[in-house]
Design a protein around this ligand. Sequence first.
Ligand code: SF4
Length: 353
Amino acid sequence: MTTSLDDLAEKALRGETPSREEALAVLAGPDELLDVVAAGARVRRHFFGRRVKLNTIINMKSGLCPEDCSYCSQRLGSSAEILKYSWITPEKAAETAGQAVRAGAKRVCLVASGRGPGDRDITRIEDTIAAVKADSPDVEVCVCLGLLADGQAERLAAAGAHAYSHNLNTSEARYSEICSTHTFADRTGTLRRAGHAGLSPCSGAILGMGESDDDIVDLAFALKELDPDSVPVNFLIPFKGTPLADTWELTPERCLRILALFRFVFPDVEVRLAGGREIHLRGLQSLALHLANSMFLGDYLTSEGQPGADDRQMIADAGFVIEGTDERTLPDARHDLVAIRRRGAGSDLPANA
Ligand code: SF4
């Protein structure tokens, strides 16, 4: 690339987004892989030090989804032999969350299959947030329930949810190729609703679904426009029984270059190593920690992850430390210093005096 990797890292440290040409060169330029990783690692270290934030997923309701996202084992028509069940109880969710928190998880992601929640589902999640917080008061709760209707994000925020997660997954140009039952615009709309309600926006990608380098850059830039606080980077888990079964197009090098690109585009944002890391990065997982500052611990929605003890060993062996609940994940500059007034005139609450 015409811009050196050092210059690209400097730009990221100044909070400047790479140009399209620079972004494409990270994915497929002549620079050696380790040089690309080293440049991204410099940015990661500047904003996040040696900390790794651990997150865990709880699948509140599994399978039998009416939507047709082609990467998903829970989709309409999927014959993947996954666990299928209706809503687990708040108590069961709190117990599972407590185990993860004691193992180092700082965020619990409450996820349910489906197009979007009904109001009764929101009530269930409100009860679940209360149960999780009663057991683990300091844990961040992120909710991921699909497309949100008016007022639902506000209810989740009032119940104590910290974040809302809804991935864009792939570029707008390719979206209709991977899903016909909802649109890219539906997804961006839900992310914006969540953000307006005060929930920390979480949105990321699934790579390895036939996308071009241009699609990856389009997706990264589209995500950037949404200004998320966290960006999960998933690598396709090609479930048998889904349209993308047997799709194996990623290499460890490709995964690392994608993670480096996301670090340059999101220098001070939580970039999370997510589903598929074990099967696609394989022996290079620990190198990915030099780019991502966050990862999932334990199992995914419908597939098993690496044993938690192995993850903790990998983090220690690579010279990183697990982020504590008393530590901030995001750098100060990303914390919103403007608090919308909710008290005093025009509200039922006393004024600040
Ligand atoms: S990704 Fe979500 S909405 Fe799409 S099929 Fe899977 S569970 Fe349903």
